[in-house]
Design a protein around this ligand. Structure first.
Ligand code: PTJ
Length: 258
């Protein structure tokens, strides 16, 4: 028999997962995604997306690599410099880090907007309610009175005074083309994606190659440190960040396997 701590096959509550388990973070993440599907927040495709992400996380050593931490700091500076920063939330993000997103928005002064690939009124409302339960005061996305040009799926639908009017958007866990479309609108694009080769990561002005479960609290931590920094310091952090080098460092870590 293995020496690993035993956990219930299907824990009812995440507190049943022992923190001492060597794969604690992975088990916690799976539990939250599964629970998100049960709540009608996460799409079933979200389970597949999580599996894909988890494979990259395994190869990255399930840790925040140095280049991802630098990217999180640059993303924070970009958000603090922005006049109108918005965090975009889909079904996976809502299931994995609802409270952490609310905290990040609070500390950076950002708005939160629900934006879904598999958009239904019911899921939009459930996700907004879930975020409110985790402390969000105002959740955008339900008006859907704006549009991102050049996209022919539901992700094009945004709030005109939310993502439509934003100058910086944080888009965790996307499926590709919206990152390019937002960049084409002149918005700074911060992407969180474990796959450095994904289209979103490649298109981002700041790609954070890290698990959202670590990256969102990390950005909030940097924001608490940087919130009193002056504009020139924030600008210097953004200007010295090299997106191509960060992607190359993540790919190198995956290929080297260490
Ligand atoms: O809730 P909806 O309807 O908007 O749908 C959301 C999903 C995620 C289902 C949809 O956007 C989708 O199908 O995404 P993809 O094409 O599977 O892409 C998801 C990307 O996120 C992949 O590049 C994964 O490597 C990455 N990813 C998955 N889980 C994580 C992750 N990145 C960071 N942290 C994770 N936990």
């Amino acid at each position: 028999m293995s020496d690993e701590p035993q956990i219930p096959v299907s824990p009812d509550d995440e507190t049943e997962i022992p923190e001492s388990h060597p794969r604690y973070e992975s088990l916690l993440t799976r539990h939250r995604i599964e629970h998100g599907v049960d709540l009608g927040i996460t799409s079933r495709q979200g389970l597949i997306a999580q599996g894909r992400g988890e494979a990259y996380d395994y190869l990255l050593g399930e840790r925040t690599i140095e280049s991802a931490d630098d990217a999180a700091r640059a993303a924070t500076a970009q958000f603090l410099l922005a006049d109108h920063p918005v965090v975009s939330v889909n079904g996976n993000v809502a299931a994995l880090v609802p409270g952490e997103v609310v905290e990040l928005a609070d500390v950076t002064g950002a708005e939160i907007e629900v934006n879904l690939f598999n958009r239904t009124k019911e899921r939009m409302e459930r996700i907004a309610a879930h975020l409110r339960e985790h402390g969000a005061e105002d959740v955008k996305g339900l008006a859907g009175d704006g549009e991102i040009p050049g996209l022919d799926h539901a992700r094009a639908t945004v709030d005109a005074d939310g993502i439509g009017a934003a100058d910086a958007v944080l888009v965790p866990l996307e499926d590709g083309d919206r990152a390019e479309a937002l960049a084409a609108m002149g918005k700074a694009e911060i992407v969180i994606d474990l796959n450095p080769l994904s289209r979103s990561a490649q298109a981002a002005s700041v790609p954070i190659v890290d698990n959202i479960i670590r990256a969102v609290p990390n950005v909030a931590r940097h924001a608490r440190e940087l919130r009193d920094a002056d504009e020139s310091e924030l600008r210097a952090i953004v200007d010295s960040f090299d997106a191509d080098a960060a992607l190359a460092a993540a790919e190198e870590t995956i290929r080297r396997g260490e």
